[in-house]
Design a protein around this ligand. Structure first.
Ligand code: PFF
Length: 456
């Protein structure tokens, strides 16, 4: 069975599909939203440190697990450590993929609404200077956002059933470079707005007094979320890599491109936020209430807006495809179902949960779990707990159960590509990443504070 797994067709295909999985709403929507609710540049600093020193080693490790086992995220642990509980890492990942997909599809649906509103002329030209009201009216509606969520899940479902190689590769190849270009145009417009400087200072000048335990945990969650780590997505993708995919190089490329896109998104959003007097901590709506203001300042705003929201929806689609694939690949291989049946099970389940997430912006707004709405709670549980935990356990697994020779052989394609700094990588994977993630968790729980005070 393993031998029959499809593989990505070309080198560019591998990178683009993996970049497509990583780059999505996480960089363009979630990153500015998190940065704004976590005090600005200090968050960016910690996020970048986590990306390089934790994200990158975890990514290489997940690539190893995926290609070495050539199996889905649960199957891979079962294969590499038969009869043990390590496969629970995989179950954690599949559950996380399923949960993330449910609320991610809601936000993806919002992008479709913005495409629609741009097309029918209701977004611009009504004279409404404040886009907050329009967004809130839409997101709290009990039907419209759910309709778009369904459309988005339908699109994802279609690509998933039409097959991994054709669907994923083709979609990623065209859209990514275009999105990148339009982000650059938006950045230029944003930084030339009046008072744009305040936004750049907010984004780039860290105020370390803002570094609380929850900011650090949020930065960790963002690094994992945006790189699609800790939930077996990259394990599943790497299981489709060919024998000679250079996995270290791919990991570097994906990490750098993804981080660059997030920083571009920051440069696009924050100067505009300050220029138009929007609250940086507006929350999940930040990007949606800020961007229309910037489009209005461009000639042919209709056209820019249309292209941008379509591309953002496409970037979201390449991520939802990967999330869906994690769950579908599992259901299909473990329960021996057809691809079509497995995909239906996932799509319907995700839609039902998505309905609750969507309603938590409206009729279910008051229904909170520990002070968080359902949407926020699912995001918190997945990004800040399940993903870092999954990444930490994957590193512990590979660090303790895999022979270094086997690891090195796989990561160097049996010695045909060089891996400079292999022992540095092993050190970070085996010790630094698990310890750092553990410390961030303990810190957030207040355990460190307690111990520290106890010794004084
Ligand atoms: N990394 C994606 C983004 O930033 O939009 C979201 C995501 C995709 C997370 C796939 C996890 C995943 F497995």
């Amino acid at each position: 069975m393993a031998e029959n797994r499809v593989t990505f067709g070309s080198k560019l295909g591998v990178i683009l599909a993996t970049v497509g999985c990583a780059v999505g709403l996480g960089s363009v929507w979630r990153f500015p939203y998190m940065l704004g609710t976590n005090g600005g540049a200090a968050f960016l600093l910690v996020y970048i440190l986590f990306t390089i020193f934790l994200g990158l080693p975890v990514m290489i490790t997940e690539f190893f697990v995926g290609r070495h086992s050539r199996s889905n995220t649960v199957g891979s642990f079962k294969k590499l450590a038969p009869g043990t509980r390590w496969s629970w890492i995989g179950y954690n990942g599949i559950l996380a993929a399923f949960l993330i997909l449910s609320y991610y599809s809601v936000v993806s649906g919002w992008t479709l609404e913005y495409v629609w509103q741009t097309l029918n002329g209701s977004l611009y030209g009504s004279g409404a200077a404040d886009y907050t009201e329009g967004f809130e009216a839409f997101s709290s509606d009990p039907f419209r956002p759910i309709f778009w969520t369904a459309v988005f899940i339908g699109l994802t479902h279609f690509v998933i059933v039409s097959g991994v190689d054709k669907g994923i590769e083709r979609a990623s190849k065209v859209m990514m470079p275009l999105l990148f270009l339009i982000l650059v145009v938006m950045c230029v417009r944003s930084v030339t707005l009046p008072d744009a400087e305040a936004g750049l200072v907010y984004l780039f000048k860290p105020d370390l007094s803002k570094l609380t335990s929850s900011v650090v945990l949020s930065a960790l969650g963002q690094a994992f979320f945006t790189l699609s780590l800790g939930m077996g997505c990259l394990i599943t993708y790497a299981s489709y890599f060919s024998k000679d995919t250079n996995m270290q190089a791919t990991a570097w490329q994906v990490t750098l491109i993804n981080t660059f896109v997030a920083v571009l998104a920051g440069v696009m959003i924050f100067p505009a936020v300050f220029s138009f007097g929007i609250e940086p901590s507006a929350g999940a709506e930040l990007v949606f209430i800020t961007l229309p203001n910037v489009f209005e300042q461009l000639p042919l705003s209709f056209l820019w807006s249309l292209i941008f929201y379509i591309l953002l929806a496409m970037a979201a689609l390449t991520s939802t495809i990967s999330l869906h694939e994690v769950a579908t690949a599992y259901v299909l291989e473990e329960f021996h179902l057809s691809r079509r049946k497995a995909a239906w099970i996932v799509s319907i389940g995700v839609f039902l949960l998505g309905i609750v997430s969507s309603l938590s912006f409206g009729v279910l707004k008051e229904w909170t779990i520990g002070g968080l709405t359902f949407f926020e709670a699912v995001d918190y549980l997945t990004a800040k707990i399940m993903l870092p935990l999954g990444g930490m356990l994957t590193c512990i697994f590979v660090g303790t159960r895999i022979d270094k020779k086997v690891l090195k052989a796989e990561l160097t394609n049996q010695g045909t590509v060089k891996f400079y700094l292999f022992s540095t990588y092993v050190f970070f994977m085996k010790y630094v990443a698990p310890a750092a993630i553990g410390i961030v968790f303990l810190n957030e729980l207040g355990v460190l504070d307690f111990l520290f005070k106890g010794t004084r």
